[in-house]
Design a protein. Sequence first.
Length: 236
Amino acid sequence: MSNKQNQQMGSLGKGADLKGVGVDGYSHNSSRYDYSFKILLIGDSGVGKSSLLLSFISTSVLHHDLSPTVGVDFKIKLLTVGGKRLKLTIWDTAGQERFGIVTSSYYRGAHGIILVYDVTRRETFTNLSNIWAKEVELYSSNQDCVKLVVGNKVDRESERAVSREEGMGLALKYRCSFLECSAKTKENVHQCFKELIYKILEVPSLLEKGSVAVKRQILKQKEVQYPHSKGGGCCS
């Protein structure tokens, strides 16, 4: 897949000050956006993390289930929020223990984490507490990282195995927000990412870490301290 195919633009919702920007209007040049945020999707395999991501970046409705992710995948979305240009790099993993080797680097520097479970499979909900929340605590390098618990597949209400109240209780336990959605029908999908982004923008430390201007200034300071040598080798 090309870089252009791997980027999608769009708005996060009606009535909000979030505006999508056409792909041809942006490049990966850091001067074209103000903040760069790393967002993770975590949870058991099959809970719909990839579908949630594709539903967010795509304008069409998903008509079939996706094949399981192998290893690590990511996609980029560029948005304008309150006049600020954002680059979101959204990471998705297989959610399987055999890919645990990528864990530490996967969590490093994350500004936001979405913990996903399947409302029709109770074990995926239980594993958020028993496995995934513990991994976040162990590996996340940003203490102020914003977390969101999401119950997916509410379009299969007749098969529900986890109540909404239980989901809210889990989110309360970990002091984070909670939403339910359907990646298949797009119900609440944009609201999930919108909620996470607004929360990130409210945390000064995350804004500083995600600021392109701050990173550029740090780079300039390093160049002043350690200027590139000019000329030939050590011998005349």
